[in-house]
Design a protein around this ligand. Structure first.
Ligand SMILES: Cc1cc2nc3c(=O)[nH]c(=O)nc-3n(C[C@H](O)[C@H](O)[C@H](O)COP(=O)(O)OP(=O)(O)OC[C@H]3O[C@@H](n4cnc5c(N)ncnc54)[C@H](O)[C@@H]3O)c2cc1C
Length: 610
């Protein structure tokens, strides 16, 4: 074992443990970036240990940020002072608002970014942020002391100490890449998997499950015949995630490019069907569960056998590359079959491959082992965020990273936690779903997951989260007050009092949404307030012995014991918990509360706070 100073010499990075408590972030993907920035912003000293500096902030799949419900998450990341929204605005080359024909509550911004510029921007920002040190290395284990995590161990046996650790290892835990009959260990193409860490987490008692995701081949745009294809231009004016009047200067907009639309056809499907036995998914080689809502093309052809065609969006990956991402046809079929299949698609008859598509199978944590801070219930100081928690997508990863990184910093600085509730944001829905239900297939956000979606719109993300963000130290008072002023202005506009208000398109859209939903919103807010009053959330400590609670069925007790809910309202949302079981849990929580009052006062988060 070597000391930190020796490690500094070995890596060329001088890292002395700072005077401030240290949050160590493992990984620098989308979750890792947000975790590091949030922790640094709150005031912790941050150390990022990642497999490769070159792949910081990489977008290994579709270089697109946002989309239905995901755009809501990105706007919330911005409201919480995060990175992704500003980076996407700075590196966007095609932008649209999806669901324009539907109500404003479900409209979502989607920005396609320049892949290279996004990665470079992420790298430069991470390396240039004061208080953040980046070290290249592969973490193979956590170092622990009784019930607390106190650092990490690298592949060469060196140890780095820290006050809290945030694990954001994406698809790397036990990762295997599949293309046809070929299976190679890897987290993504060109990067080694984190085998040791996966086994180590299992040995610590974390339950891991096997999941799978995939990516399509990349095509050379110069060999695509766009002549007869439908063009999809970027919208004018360019939709953005950030408010242009926020204090930090708004990032520049790059030149915008067009996407094109083409379709698979019965010939494409015939090629796939004839070669299914060579697909690792159908030959039984892949055991991990893939994303139901973002299936591979072979999955689509099998599951929707009656469909004659599936759409394929051709999306340029950047301004100075010819690489094109054919969205909608991720595949792990062998390379020769991929080529035969692509050649059947209009416009792609002569398309040259830059890279084959592949699937990646990996271990993900059962996130029911975490609380609403995304902290382990068993090992203090340990946090998890991103794809490692069973989600899919950059936005879900980023939102979790922000929550975990902020809470790691708040915990080491001995401050109150940041918990976003389900009625405050999609971020709250995401975290609550994960820690309550877990994910037995890659979880992606949808507007239908949010029961309060009328009030959780993209247009009001800033004001919904302004106070929480400021209380946690993620945004300053100027930014918080600006969010409130914008809301007041939009409400005045909706009430027909435009005097003295500079009416931007974004403000006008918000005023329209306020008007449209006035009735619903009032009812929903009333309902939320009533719920908070009548069904006050009683805390449930993590060591409750549910099997010993009288009147509780064994099945319900087992479900509760797996999730170990932080309070009665989380218990109520666990699948399979009956009203009768809930009544028993309530009675027990009240009993605990009475006992606690008799001894010493308890706070809502006493059970989970470090
Ligand atoms: C092939 C492929 C296809 C995908 N397809 C889709 C899709 O269709 N739709 C979709 O929404 N999402 C897709 N994704 C997922 C998307 O890329 C992720 O959801 C997102 O990148 C997750 O962010 P993250 O921060 O959790 O992990 P990542 O972005 O994967 O970042 C993980 C980071 O951890 C580092 N790391 C890993 N292990 C260690 C270790 N032991 N020590 C130190 N550092 C480590 C890595 O170097 C990397 O920096 C795909 C991903 C891949 C690889």
């Amino acid at each position: 074992m070597v000391t930190q100073r020796a490690l500094g010499k070995r890596t060329g990075v001088h890292y002395d443990r700072a005077a401030m408590p240290t949050v160590l972030v493992v990984g620098a993907g989308h979750a890792g970036l947000e975790a590091a920035f949030a922790a640094a912003r709150i005031g912790a000293s941050v150390l990022v240990v990642t497999g490769s500096r070159a792949t910081i902030g990489q977008t290994p799949c579709n270089p697109s940020i946002g989309g239905v419900a995901k755009g809501h998450l990105v706007k919330e990341i911005d409201a919480l002072g995060g990175f992704m929204a500003r980076a996407a605005d700075a590196c966007g080359i095609h932008a649209r608002v999806l669901n324009r024909s539907k109500g404003p509550a479900v409209r979502s911004t989607r920005v396609q970014v320049d892949k290279r510029r996004y990665g470079e921007h992420a790298r430069a920002t991470l390396l240039g942020t004061p208080g953040i040190t980046v070290i290249e290395g592969l973490v193979v284990a956590l170092s622990t002391d009784a019930d607390r995590v106190c650092g990490v161990v690298l592949g060469d046996g060196s140890r780095i100490d820290a006050d809290a650790v945030v694990v954001t290892t994406g698809t790397f835990l036990g990762g295997i890449l599949h293309t046809g009959e070929r299976a190679t260990p890897g987290g993504r193409v060109g990067e080694a998997p984190a085998l040791g860490l996966s086994q180590h987490l299992a040995a610590l008692g974390f339950v891991l499950r096997r999941l799978k995701t995939g990516t399509p081949p990349r095509l050379d745009g110069r060999t695509i015949d766009y002549g007869d294809l439908e063009v999809q231009p970027s919208e004018e004016p360019t939709p953005r995630f950030c408010w242009a009047d926020d204090p930090a200067p708004a990032p520049a907009t790059l030149a915008q490019v067009a996407c094109h639309l083409t379709w698979t056809n019965p010939r494409t499907h015939a090629v796939i069907t004839a070669n299914l036995s060579r697909s690792p998914m159908y030959s039984g080689k892949i055991v991990g569960k893939g994303p139901r809502y973002c299936p591979s093309i072979e999955d689509k052809v099998v599951r929707f056998a009656d469909r004659e065609r599936h759409q394929v969006f051709l999306e340029p990956e950047g301004l100075d590359t010819h690489s094109v991402y054919p969205s909608g046809i991720s595949t792990s079929l062998p390379g020769d079959v991929q080529r035969e299949m692509i050649a059947t698609i209009a416009g792609l008859e002569h398309a040259v491959f830059l890279r084959d598509g592949y699937a990646v199978e990996y271990d993900a944590l059962d996130a029911r082992a975490l609380d609403h801070r995304l902290a382990s219930k068993d090992l203090r100081g340990l946090f998890f965020a991103g794809q490692v928690n069973g989600t899919s997508g950059y936005e879900e990863a980023g939102a979790q990273g922000l929550v975990a990184g902020a809470n790691a910093a708040l915990a080491v600085l001995d401050r109150a936690p940041l918990v976003v509730c389900r009625d405050q944001g999609y971020t709250g829905v995401l975290v609550d779903d994960l820690v309550t239900q877990g994910a037995d297939e890659p979880y992606r956000m949808f507007t239908s997951r949010a029961e309060y979606r009328i009030v959780l719109r993209e247009d009001n993300a800033d004001v919904r989260l302004a106070d929480l963000a400021h209380a946690a130290g993620l945004v300053d008072a100027v930014r918080r007050d600006r969010a409130h002023r914008r809301d007041q202005a939009a409400r005045a506009l909706a009430a027909g009092q435009p005097a003295g208000i500079e009416v931007t398109p974004a403000l006008a859209a918000r005023a329209d949404a306020i008007l449209l939903y006035a009735g619903y919103e009032q009812r929903m807010r009333h309902e939320i307030a009533r719920m908070h009053d009548e069904r006050a959330d009683l805390p449930l400590p993590p060591d409750v012995d549910y099997l010993a609670i009288g009147g509780l069925s064994r099945e319900c007790a087992t479900r509760l014991a797996v999730v170990r809910p932080s309070g009665t309202s989380q218990a109520a949302r666990i699948a399979g918990i009956t009203p009768a079981a809930l009544a028993c849990v309530w009675a027990h929580a009240r009993l605990l509360q009475r006992r606690a009052r008799q001894s010493e006062p308890a706070t809502r988060f006493a059970a989970v706070a470090d």
